[in-house]
Design a protein around this ligand. Structure first.
Ligand code: IMP
Ligand code: MG
Length: 189
């Protein structure tokens, strides 16, 4: 098991997905997306901040022409570890997506509330198509049904971090997905 760098050196209980496993799967997803969108325009929308590592690795395996844009959202009235069902855009896209094929790139779908809310906001802008690509799918506690068109890994109900996902805003740079040792971790909220 890798040693976690500071500040929380003892909070890694297991490596759930290794760097090699992540990269191999992302390569497959990129190839699939390239095939599916061949001959069509495509805009990838990354939801900040968790999706950023995934997006930047994914696009290196997309061989068809595409654009990227970014948005940030926050949940109304919820702590860091739960979602309320409604989101507020804190940083909007810079592009107009009307008439474009949009692929939303997310780090993880858990309750499904965040992605469902973002999808509704984007659908109102009348894209030609709107699909979802999520690195992780944690389906056991789903509250809102969402269809995920491209899934990296289906994972159990564990609190994970690394590779875009944070632990108190740290560790987004880890090259693997780790599981938090919940016996030792005290959330800041
Ligand atoms: P949902 O609205 O419950 O589907 O939650 C989605 C958001 O919650 C993700 O975009 C993450 O920001 C956060 N989240 C859910 N599970 C985890 C986790 O295990 N680690 C880190 N963030 C998570
Ligand atoms: Mg997120």
């Amino acid at each position: 098991m890798p040693q976690l760098p500071p500040p929380y050196t003892d909070l890694l209980s297991e490596v759930l997905i290794t760097q090699d496993e992540l990269q191999a799967r992302i390569q497959e997803l990129g190839a699939q997306i390239s095939q599916d969108y061949a001959g069509q325009d495509l805009v990838l929308i990354c939801i900040l901040r968790g999706g950023v590592m995934f997006l930047t690795d994914l696009v290196r395996h997309i061989s068809t022409p595409h654009m990227m844009d970014f948005m940030a959202v926050s949940s109304y009235g919820a702590g860091a570890r739960e979602s309320s069902g409604q989101v507020r855009i804190t940083m909007d896209l810079s592009m107009d997506i009307a008439g474009r094929n949009v692929l939303l790139v997310e780090d993880i779908v858990d309750s499904g509330n965040t992605i469902a809310s973002v999808l509704a906001l984007l659908q109102a802008r009348q894209p030609a198509s709107l699909k979802v690509c999520s690195l992780l799918d944690k389906p056991e506690l789903r509250q809102t049904e969402v269809s995920i068109d491209y899934t990296g890994f289906v994972i159990p109900t564990k609190f994970v971090f690394g590779y875009g996902l944070d632990l108190d805003e740290y560790y987004r740079n880890l090259p693997f997905i780790g599981v938090v040792d919940t016996a030792k971790y005290k959330p800041t909220e």
